[in-house]
Design a binder for this molecule. Structure first.
Ligand SMILES: Cc1ncc(COP(=O)(O)O)c(C=O)c1O
Length: 389
């Protein structure tokens, strides 16, 4: 029975304040709704924040990943290495080129791509690696960059979860060839839908910018600004991936709050870990000493061998108590498309297949009150204690 006296604690609620609303209204009143000065400002501020030379604002992280693979010249029948423990977007962008996503299993504790299993997947057709900074925890980039150097591969980072994340002294956004961020509604900062491709490479940046807007030449792109003219040339068959000024206005304010949001998520993660690690049936997330964790996700693993309930039943119990949870991710190799198209089997990726049965993402976002955090922990304690073998 759902406790009707409690309001439902959603898995996520975006943190949108009056400042965001005011900024968006200003854009609406300005007469300039699509890509323009706000988008340019957002790109500049984003570059400043992560420390990248270029930032190209687009309408999703999926678009950014697509543009990045296009910029490195991915071709039909090429192969791209990526983790199976990821969202649909990371794999599907490879198939846009009729190239092959080559999946790699994850590490059992971090759920990140296992760098020790990458080399065995490299073939003559491999062109790139897409590490995914799962949940907001950076992959072991030195190991991945070394493999990339040895085999002349490009590294396109899927950083949908990892703003702000540090890898050693560097911010994610300055490590690989191109880094792709997401500003989807549930992400650490949001523009409703949106994404950013960051790079230090001038050619990649120009290519992504041109291709994000129909492949029209760089100067013609300026026709969206006052110095532009009516004339334009299409130099490639591009896409329609540009960010609107309405979205960028949201992004500008959200970016200002990024550190404050991060502090709140980190403090919730700290409380969760301090308390939940006392339950032997629960494995709390690990953070490697080499970096920081953006805490987009707080994913626990249940030791279902010592519980009377499985992962799905645990989520159901949480729901009955008015708490929304989620699962990140159903590994790509278990989805019908990947099974049909590439013949993947559960036993090809034993760690991800097993971890998937145990993983649960708990609510973690700045709007959560201390009382809500406490309620989540107490509810987990109660469910676990009631369901011990
Ligand atoms: C790991 C990962 N990559 C890429 C994406 C795609 O992001 P977007 O919705 O901005 O295209 C997501 C979205 O949830 C994601 O979790």
């Amino acid at each position: 029975m759902v406790d009707m006296n409690r309001k439902y604690l959603a898995f996520h609620r975006p943190s949108i304040g009056e400042e965001e609303i005011k900024e968006v209204v200003e854009v609406l009143r300005s007469g300039w709704l699509t890509t323009g000065s706000k988008t340019k400002q957002f790109e500049d501020k984003f570059s400043e924040y992560v420390g990248s030379k270029h930032s190209v604002a687009v309408n999703s992280c999926t678009s950014a990943l697509h543009l990045a693979l296009n910029a490195i010249g991915l071709q039909e029948n090429d192969e791209v290495i990526l983790p199976t423990m990821t969202f649909a977007a990371t794999g599907e962008v490879v198939t846009y080129f009729n190239a092959k996503p080559v999946l790699v299993d994850c590490e059992e504790d971090t759920l990140l791509i296992d760098p020790s299993k990458i080399e065995e997947k490299i073939s003559k057709r491999t062109k790139a690696i897409i590490p995914v900074h799962y949940g907001g925890h950076a992959c072991d980039m030195d190991k991945i960059l070394e493999i990339a150097r040895n085999y002349d591969l490009k590294v396109i980072e899927d950083a949908a979860h990892s703003l702000p994340t540090k890898y050693k002294a560097k911010m994610i956004g300055t490590v690989g060839n191109v880094t792709c961020f997401s500003f989807y509604a549930t992400k650490t900062i949001t523009t409703g839908e949106g994404g950013m491709a960051c790079t230090d490479d001038d050619e990649f940046a120009e290519n992504m910018r041109i291709m994000s807007l129909h492949g029209i030449s760089k100067d013609a792109w300026k026709r969206y600004f006052t110095e532009g003219s009516w004339y334009y040339e299409v130099i490639e068959a591009g896409y329609k991936y540009n960010m609107t000024d309405i979205a960028a206005a949201l992004g500008l304010i959200q970016l200002k709050k990024c550190d404050e949001f991060y502090q709140r998520r980190a403090s919730i993660a700290c409380k969760y870990s301090e308390t939940l690690r006392n339950l032997p049936e629960i494995k709390t997330p690990v953070v490697r000493a080499y970096g920081t964790h953006a805490w987009h996700l707080y994913a626990i693993q249940l030791n279902t061998d010592v519980l009377k309930i499985n992962r799905s039943q645990f989520i159901e119990e949480m729901k009955k108590n008015g708490i929304g949870c989620s699962v990140h991710f159903i590994p790509l190799h278990l989805h019908p498309f990947y099974v049909k198209a590439f013949g993947f089997k559960p036993e090809d990726f034993p760690v991800s297949t097993q971890v998937y049965e145990r993983v649960v993402s708990l609510p973690i976002y700045p709007k959560m009150t201390d009382e809500e955090v406490e309620y989540v922990m107490q509810t987990i304690d109660k469910i676990i204690k009631n369901n011990r073998n």
